[in-house]
Structures are given as structure tokens and as C-alpha cells.
Design a binder for this molecule. Structure first.
Ligand SMILES: [Zn+2]
Ligand SMILES: [Zn+2]
Length: 508
């Protein structure tokens, strides 16, 4: 069996070999065209029936000013909100739900947060150049699949990139819901809270985390101490109430929040029983309050920092909890919003009113909305109840395209005739500062690799599956102190009888 060699062993790099061989490969390409300068220009609209029409474009979003990743770094006094997912059923234009909130270092440290992480959002996080090391704190509004599906990817691949620290997840405690059906059968209460979810996810990912544990997954204690990497934040009303001692990238730590708390007592006086997160180093405080959605136990979040604030409702019916939280003015109110049920019927099934089966589908989808969601007109009504309008109201969880946006805005304006409103799409960026709220459309590459922040001086604990590093001649590599160096052993977990084709045969 081959043994691991030093990375700098001699020979042409793969890249050099590919370069040399590329020109000779044209005749072998099937279907595509090897990029050697002789490829034809491609028609941008090859299938006009699929790619044109008001259901297949979002002029509203396209018209926003462009945001270029490298030219607008986060300012010290800026809060930035980026949409990585903005609908429930993932499609090329919109993944399921997630926003990324960053604050600058005006009060000391900068800080950043992921709110929800539904299906498909990781592609958008990569495109936005957001490294795993900035996705360590996940705040879930509820445990519907379109709000947590990509947690698996974030968890599994963070330690392979630059998150060599635990993943922390905040979310509601168990719903404690019990029910008796028509036949008298009782169901619940189930362990359906965030802690149980994370514990089971951690176990479900065991094959992954062991298999990748020939990589480094934790900083050394000395590096953590020298760089003061121990979390300084607290979770005053979460369970457990303090950050744990674990330091490994595959540690998955849940903080459960009491979804009944709102931050007011029975007399309507403010109390601090709903704080999910407080970081004295960055000055960020995140509180939570009840959302009304499908099943008891969903929550909304409010983030406050340096005189700025934003609310992210997650999924909810229109409710007075959010009115109380927003009525004294927030900078950005991000509220879910949905088209009326007749639009859902048409879009999901193609049925029109009067068609066979229409009434049945309508009744079913209307029940979904009744249990769970806020029509755009109702969102306008919520906004009309606020004593002080938000500087910007955002509608999200919405299928944003030309044939839905304008009617939604019309409905919303019935109750909220003025005041800045925007409908979210993936890669929308909101820059918030004391004097300005700016909305833009990020322009990204479709081909971004996993971004990582380089840490040239970092030192890591030895991998779990390790061997001693060797030179090409098989002798041990020694460090400056004359000690052998443990490195990851990619062969450690392979079946000894695995019939491997040796590299020496194919790497000519
Ligand atoms: Zn949802
Ligand atoms: Zn939901």
C-alpha cells in the first residue's frame, strides 16, 4: 500500500499536465467544446418557451443596482443583510430560506449570523464568498425542511473548510403538543425541539464525520488561547445556558429557546426573558418572540446592534407579537409574505377556477395558508399597525417573478400606501447604516469553489485517523525540535482488502 508523502514531492503538477494536454483533447469532446479558443458563440436563449415570459424573469430584481463582492467591504458601522434563500420550493432563481447578517466592528468585534438554512442555500453562500468560519452561529425559526435542510451540509463540510470550531444552533424547544384524532388515538408530545434535532443529525452524520476525520478538525489549545477564540457570548435564556467546553469542528451544540416568551410581562412591561444571544465584544443582542405557524413552537428573531435593528419573522401568520416588537421602529422588518391561494393553485397545478378538481386543491392550499402564512395584503395591514414605520419593509418566502411581484405590491399598498418596501430574491443585499439603507443585487460567479479564509499561522490538533509524516524515501519528517509529525492518514479507514489500482500505474 502507498504511504502518504510530503506534498512537495517532485514532478509536474496536475495543472501543468492539464494545460499541456488540453489542446490535444478537442477531437475527444462529446457534446461540449474544449475551451481552446475555437468554441462557437452560444445562443443565450436556446429554448424561448422555457426562458421567456413574465413567469420566467424578475425584472424588478434585475433592475436593482449591482453589488460587487470585492468592492464594498463591510464598514465598521454597517449592518449587512444578504438573502441566500427566499422561497420554500427551491428553484434556480431562489433557494429555500436563509439570510446572513453581518455587523461591523464599530463596538469592538465584528459578528455574523445565519438565520435559517433551507434547501439549496449553500450554493448561494459559496457564491457570496461566505466562508464556513463565518457560519458558526445558526438561528432557526422552526424546523420545517425549507428552513433547516442545508444544516446537514453546513455541519458536515465546515470542518473540511475553515470552521475548526463547534457549530452552534439556536432554535425553539419542543412544541410539547399533544393531540387526539377522530378515532381517539393520542399523539405526542414528541421530542421535536432543536436539541433533539441536532442530536439526531449529529448521529445521522456519523459516517461522514468519521470518514473525514483524517483531516484536522480542531485548533490546538495553545492557538485558541493565543488568539482568544473561546466564545465570549452568552445565551441568558437558552438551555444549556453557557457555551460548552467542546472545541471540535464536529461538535454540534444546540441552545433551545422557550417559544412562549416575548419579552413582555402580563402587564405589557418589557422584561428580558427572551434573550437568545448577547455578545459584549460585538455588542449584538438577539431576542426571540412567538411566531404563529402550522404548529405551536415557531419563533421570530430580532437583532439589535449599535442603534440598528432588524426583525426576521420566519414563517408566520399575521400576529400582534411582531407588531409589539416592531411598533417603535426597526430599521429592517423582514416578514414572510405569500400570494393568495388562487395563485398557488394555478402555479402548482395549472388549474383555473371552474376546472375539475380546482375546488379541492383550492380548499387544501387555503388550509395551508390558514394555518401558516401571511398574504401580501395582510403584511400591508401589519405594517399599517406600527406606530413608527420600519426604514425598510421586506417581503420574503415569496416566489418573486414579474407575474407575482406587481400584484403583491398592489395588495400590500392597500394598507401601506407609502414607506419603503422591497421583495426579496436570492443574492439581494441590504446595507444598513445610521444615515442610509441601501438595497442591491449581488453579481456573483456560478462557478465559485468553497471559500475559505486563509489562516497561515494556525496550528491544529492531530487528526483522529493519523500516521507519521514521511519523506519520499520513507524516513520520518521531523519538526524543528526533532519530533515526528502526526498527519492525517487517508488509508486508515479503508478496508484492507480494498483492491486499489496503484497510482504508479495510471499517473504516467
Ligand atoms: Zn417556510
Ligand atoms: Zn414553515
Amino acid at each position: 500500500m502507498d504511504t502518504p508523502k510530503k506534498a512537495d514531492s517532485a514532478g509536474l503538477s496536475r495543472r501543468e499536465v492539464l494545460k499541456l494536454q488540453g489542446l490535444a483533447l478537442g477531437g475527444l469532446a462529446v457534446g461540449g467544446c474544449v475551451p481552446d479558443g475555437n468554441c462557437p458563440d452560444l445562443d443565450p436563449i436556446a429554448c424561448p418557451d422555457v426562458q421567456s415570459g413574465s413567469a420566467n424573469r424578475n425584472t424588478y430584481f434585475r433592475a436593482m443596482r449591482s453589488f460587487c463582492l470585492d468592492s464594498e467591504p463591510l464598514a465598521a458601522d454597517e449592518m449587512r443583510i444578504t438573502f441566500l434563500g427566499s422561497w420554500f420550493s427551491p428553484r434556480i432563481s431562489q433557494a429555500a430560506n436563509s439570510i446572513f447578517v453581518e455587523v461591523g466592528n464599530a463596538l469592538g468585534q465584528s459578528d455574523q449570523f445565519v438565520f435559517d438554512c433551507g434547501t439549496g442555500v449553500m450554493a448561494k453562500y459559496n457564491a457570496m464568498g461566505i466562508p464556513a468560519s463565518k457560519m458558526t452561529k445558526i438561528f432557526l425559526t422552526h424546523l420545517h425542511g425549507d428552513h433547516m435542510s442545508d444544516l446537514m451540509h453546513i455541519y458536515c463540510f465546515g470542518p473540511s473548510a475553515d470552521r475548526k470550531s463547534p457549530l452552534y444552533v439556536w432554535g425553539p424547544k419542543s412544541s410539547d403538543f399533544q393531540y387526539t384524532d377522530l378515532a381517539g388515538n393520542a399523539s405526542g408530545p414528541y421530542s421535536d425541539g432543536t436539541a433533539a434535532y441536532c442530536q439526531l443529525l449529529r448521529e445521522a452524520a456519523r459516517w461522514h464525520t468519521e470518514s473525514f476525520s483524517f483531516q484536522t478538525t480542531a485548533f490546538t489549545d495553545d492557538y485558541i488561547r493565543r488568539n482568544q477564540l473561546t466564545p465570549g457570548w452568552t445565551c441568558p435564556h437558552a438551555t444549556p445556558s453557557a457555551p460548552p467546553a467542546g472545541k471540535d469542528g464536529y461538535d454540534l451544540v444546540a441552545f433551545e429557546l422557550d417559544w412562549t416568551k416575548e419579552g413582555f410581562d402580563e402587564n405589557g412591561q418589557p422584561v428580558s426573558n427572551n434573550v437568545a444571544y448577547y455578545n459584549p465584544a460585538s455588542g449584538v443582542k438577539i431576542t426571540h418572540f412567538p411566531a404563529v405557524h402550522a404548529r405551536q413552537g415557531a419563533i421570530s428573531y430580532k437583532l439589535e446592534w449599535n442603534g440598528l435593528s432588524m426583525i426576521f419573522t420566519g414563517d408566520t401568520k399575521p400576529n400582534y407579537h411582531v407588531v409589539r416588537q416592531a411598533t417603535n421602529g426597526v430599521d429592517v422588518l423582514i416578514h414572510e409574505m405569500t400570494p393568495p391561494p388562487e395563485i398557488w393553485v394555478e402555479k402548482f397545478t395549472g388549474l383555473q377556477e371552474g376546472d375539475a378538481g380546482y375546488d379541492l386543491v383550492y380548499a387544501d392550499l387555503n388550509r395551508v395558508q390558514q394555518s401558516s402564512h401571511t398574504e401580501s395584503k395582510a403584511y400591508g395591514y401589519v405594517l399599517s399597525l406600527l406606530s413608527k414605520a420600519p426604514r425598510l419593509a421586506v417581503g420574503t418566502h415569496f416566489p418573486a417573478e414579474d407575474d407575482t411581484i406587481y400584484s403583491a405590491l398592489e395588495d400590500l399598498r392597500v394598507w401601506y400606501p407609502s414607506g419603503d418596501v422591497v421583495i426579496a430574491s436570492d443574492l439581494m443585499v441590504i446595507k444598513v447604516a445610521a444615515g442610509n439603507v441601501d438595497v442591491a443585487r449581488a453579481v456573483v460567479s456560478d462557478y465559485t469553489w468553497t471559500p475559505s479564509a486563509p489562516l497561515p499561522s494556525a496550528t491544529y490538533d492531530p487528526p483522529k485517523y493519523w500516521t507519521w509524516e514521511t519523506n519520499d524515501d520513507g524516513s520520518y519528517v521531523l519538526d524543528n525540535g526533532g519530533n515526528k509529525i502526526p498527519v492525517g492518514d487517508p488509508y486508515a479507514q479503508l478496508y484492507p482488502g480494498a483492491d486499489i489500482i496503484p497510482q504508479s500505474l495510471w499517473d504516467i
